[in-house]
Design a protein around this ligand. Structure first.
Ligand code: 5CA
Ligand code: ZN
Length: 417
């Protein structure tokens, strides 16, 4: 699948410092120590509705990971999937009376536009599930061969189209190591996050669906040694990450709603076929809400990036709204955040247009230090505010290297002033 155009990344003098990220699995800050090529996997969208500020916050957070790693001289291999066939997409398409493929294409296009406007660096591999089906089917076969898959009759169609396949979690070592959750915590969210605890015959209610046999009116594909059908949700990310990046990945990421079951299950499935370490760091962004509830397509309480853009909001102000919150915090969006971001952007623009300004070297160092410390973007913004205040209140004291700070804001924070 084509990705979106990369923003220009200006060069800035000096060196960055090593990135430390909070790892969900250990609960601690961990230094990201990639080889010459850093490998990053971030879960992509399910394209049944437009990008909201919550999605954007998550992708901007991982965009900072890319920027810090690049600033540290690493080449970055970034892979992102698109869940372009799954229940929520099919259900929305049926509800709206349109073809699920047309819905996916339209929403993916909009997502690309939003990411481009927000200056998010695109992944090298942008992979839809439909195009990755051979790779996914191969992983399903390997899971069967490993003995960790079992069949349940496809009750909806009188068993005529072949069985559904599940992963037997009792065959997986270290199940639970990503989230560190208790079984009670897992059971509390499993059903609302795509799980099917009530499916009769499951060996363990938490066992994840690996392959769903064909149903009337649903898309399905045929692969050797598998019943006609389509993949379960989690296996797509395991298969795409394994195929494109190999394991261990340096950073595996997404929003915190993916900690369980999604990332727990993606790791469990790799473990079932003998992968010992899935990712060195599991990083998760907090949830953005509106009026006290997590912003979600299913709930419909959305602030859409495309809507704000249509209303003439500068995408850089939207990016500043997102950067003003720490990526790991849960927060509620309020319109005054946008007003503050617009004021900040104007002030930065004004300060950067002053001919003779205080040296920006210390500010660039402060931005680098803040971002490498678990992506502390709010602290980086405060450092820039301070420089802007000095520039605008005391006037220029010494000429700064022309444009260094402007280039640093662009390269490190993705804010083109
Ligand atoms: N396609 C799957 C991942 S394989 C999926 O979760 N798609 S999604 O469209 O529902 O979400 C895309 C990304 O946005 C995920 O990383 C998810 O964790 C994140 N996300 C969803 N809602 C929010 C929110 N309210 N705040 C922050 N991030 C969110
Ligand atoms: Zn995923």
């Amino acid at each position: 699948m084509i990705s979106w155009p990369p923003p220009f990344l200006p060069a800035i003098p000096g060196d960055g410092s090593a990135l430390r990220l909070h790892d969900t699995s250990s609960g601690e800050l961990q230094e990201v120590t990639p080889g010459p090529v850093a490998r990053l996997y971030v879960c992509g969208i399910t394209p049944y509705d437009a990008t909201h500020l919550g999605h954007a916050a998550t992708y901007v957070a991982f965009d900072l990971v890319v920027r810090v790693l690049r600033d540290n001289g690493h080449e970055v291999h970034y892979t992102q999937n698109v869940t372009d066939v799954d229940d929520p997409l099919l259900e929305r398409a049926t509800r709206d009376g349109i073809d699920w493929r047309d819905l996916a294409v339209a929403e993916i296009d909009l997502f690309r536009e939003d990411m481009t406007a927000l200056q998010v660096i695109p992944p090298e591999d942008y992979i839809g599930v439909v195009e990755a089906l051979p790779v996914i089917a191969d992983l399903v076969r390997r899971t069967i061969e490993s003995g960790a898959a079992y069949e349940l009759p496809n009750v909806d169609s009188e068993g005529t189209t072949g069985p559904d396949l599940y992963v037997d979690l009792s065959r997986v070592s270290d199940f639970g190591k990503v989230s560190g959750w208790t079984r009670e915590q897992m059971l509390a969210v499993f059903a609302e996050r795509g799980g099917d605890p009530d499916r009769p015959g499951k060996r363990d209610v938490l066992d994840p669906l690996l392959w769903r046999a064909a149903r009337e009116g649903e898309p399905s594909w045929e692969f050797e040694d598998l019943p006609a059908g389509r993949p379960g949700w989690h296996v797509e990310c395991t298969a795409i990450a394994l195929d494109r990046l190999g394991m261990p990945i340096d950073v595996n990421g997404g929003g915190s709603d993916l900690i369980f079951p999604h990332h727990e299950m993606t790791v469990a499935q790799a473990s079932a076929i003998g992968v010992e370490e899935y990712a060195r760091v599991h990083a998760h962004a907090g949830m953005v809400g509106l009026d006290g509830h997590k912003m979600s397509k299913s709930r419909g309480n959305l602030v859409l990036v495309s809507r704000l853009r249509e209303d003439g909001v500068d995408p850089m102000a939207i990016r500043l709204v997102l950067l003003a919150q720490h990526y790991r915090d849960d927060w509620d969006y309020t319109p005054d955040m946008l007003t503050s971001a617009q004021v900040r952007l104007e002030r930065w623009r004004e300060a950067l247009s002053v001919n003779s300004a205080p040296s920006a070297d210390a500010t660039v160092t402060a931005i680098r230090a803040a971002l490498s410390d678990d992506l502390d973007a709010p602290r980086a913004l405060t450092a820039v505010d301070l420089w802007a205040d000095q520039t605008l209140t005391t006037g220029g004291v010494e000429p700064s290297a022309p444009g260094v700070l402007g280039r640093a804001l662009d390269a490190l924070l993705g804010v083109r002033v």
